[in-house]
Design a binder for this molecule. Structure first.
Ligand SMILES: *Cc1c(COP(=O)(O)O)cnc(C)c1O
Length: 429
């Protein structure tokens, strides 16, 4: 006996839930790769990606997953023997560094915790040492998907500048773009990389680089550059070369729709929605932690990401039964723990195409799982999430009921107004 039925809900940090509108946009015949339609698809996607990254720099689209964009960023800017500094805050920046190492780049890891954000002071201190100016680039992730940490990108930029370092600043926004503020130009980021399948709500298979002038200058002398990733080849007029071959048409149809959905909502609104759903999730987890069997992976509440929450299991409690029950009995797929945290917890994604019912559903299933498996926890996590969002999400429909309310001498409180929302048409979506 299960209560699993119908569509399985993905609460993993990528690929994330793909909106039906994106799936439908992909259901089209293939097009002539030289058609005007396809040329304009490319140019509008490249232009709108600049908006999403908040940059006037150049954008590039690769038929590749996020690792492809990692490699593109490295090979387009670096030469054999160059030295880079990796700011550790979990699995992902370290993985980017391992890739650089295999490419022939000298890699130094600034050791960090897997339970805390990168410390900008430590970055400044390392770069201020006598050999500090030998680093060609500093690499960091905005959100580390393995640990659930968010790094303070502007503060790290200040630390780099403070140390008078000339290094390129490269930021992985694969698990953060579209889910939280990222202002590439204002923050002084030289290269940003991202992917399609997380905040951008598109199937996996596309990734992006956004590149500022300083990185483009470095590109001129980079000797690691290989033809597929080469920015220069992609900068020309010829459409075919923008993808080093056939454009990944159907993924582009999907991306176009994903970006439309994001920009129609508005970046600040999307960031705010993520902040609210993330905080609701954290409040639920906080309550469950009262039982002593669970803990946040990131110790400082201010360093917990708005796209992913990593929950550790403590003592004798192992995460596999939780993952199994949620999936096989309830149809909710939670993220496994990876990297240094492998086998030590589970991850709840609140990233991309997520809304209140999706998150309430996910949180309710987790609380149900904890109860069914008799894992020590305090009940009421979901109620904490509900109470928080009820306080945060205003009723916005007073205008339409004022007249009737006056006539009925009905003093409309926000919650009373909200209950009448159905007839006013604009409340539920
Ligand atoms: C998912 C992810 C990656 C890897 O992306 P792939 O598409 O799996 O190659 C890299 N960095 C971060 C921060 C991620 O979340």
């Amino acid at each position: 006996m299960t209560v699993r039925h119908g569509r399985e809900f993905l609460a993993i940090p990528g690929p994330t839930t793909v909106p039906d509108a994106v799936l439908n946009a992909m259901h089209q015949p293939a097009r002539d790769i030289y058609s005007d339609e396809l040329l304009s698809l490319t140019s509008t996607c490249l232009a709108d990606l600049k908006t999403v990254f908040q940059t006037t720099g150049d954008t590039y689209i690769y038929a590749a997953n996020g690792h492809g964009a990692w490699e593109a960023a490295l090979v387009n800017t670096l030469s054999r023997g160059d030295k880079v500094l990796i700011l550790e805050s979990g699995r992902f920046a370290v993985g980017w560094g391992e890739m650089a190492h295999k490419l022939g780049v000298e890699v130094e890891i600034l050791p960090g915790s897997h339970h805390a954000a990168v410390k900008p002071d430590a970055v400044a201190k390392r770069l201020s040492q006598p050999d500090g100016n030998t680093f060609k680039a500093v690499l960091v992730v905005q959100v580390d998907t393995a640990t659930g940490v968010v790094n303070d990108i502007p503060a790290i930029r200040k630390a780099i500048s403070h140390a008078n370092s000339d290094a390129l600043f490269m930021v992985d926004t694969i698990a953060s773009l579209g889910t939280m503020e990222f202002l590439m130009d204002d923050w002084g980021v030289d290269v940003s990389v991202s992917g399609s399948q997380k905040g951008l709500m598109t199937p996996p298979g596309l990734s992006f680089c956004a590149v500022g002038a300083k990185a483009k200058a470095a590109h001129q002398s980079a000797d690691l550059t290989t033809p597929y990733w080469d920015w220069t080849a992609r900068d020309g007029e010829e459409h075919y070369l923008k993808y080093c071959g056939t454009p990944p048409e159907h993924l582009l149809f999907g991306l176009r729709k994903g970006i439309d959905i994001l920009l129609d909502e508005g970046l600040p609104a999307a960031w705010h929605r993520h902040a609210l759903l993330a905080e609701a999730t954290r409040l639920a987890v906080e309550v469950w932690c009262g039982g002593g069997a669970l803990a946040f992976n990131i110790d400082n509440p201010a360093e917990r990401a708005n796209s992913i929450t990593m929950v550790r299991t403590l003592g004798d409690i192992t995460p596999q039964p939780i993952l199994d029950y949620a999936r096989s009995q309830c149809g909710v797929v939670l993220g496994i723990a990876i990297g240094e945290q492998a086998g030590q917890g589970f991850r709840i994604a609140h990233m991309g195409h997520v809304n209140a019912p999706m998150m309430f559903g996910t949180l309710s299933v987790i609380e149900m799982t904890l109860a069914a498996l008799e894992i020590p926890h305090h009940a009421g996590g979901v109620q904490a999430a509900i109470s928080y969002l009820a306080g945060q999400v205003p009723a916005q429909i007073q205008a339409k009921v004022v007249k009737g309310a006056d006539e009925m001498s009905f003093a409309a409180s926000p919650s009373q107004v909200n209950q009448q929302g159905n007839c006013c048409g604009d409340s539920g979506h």
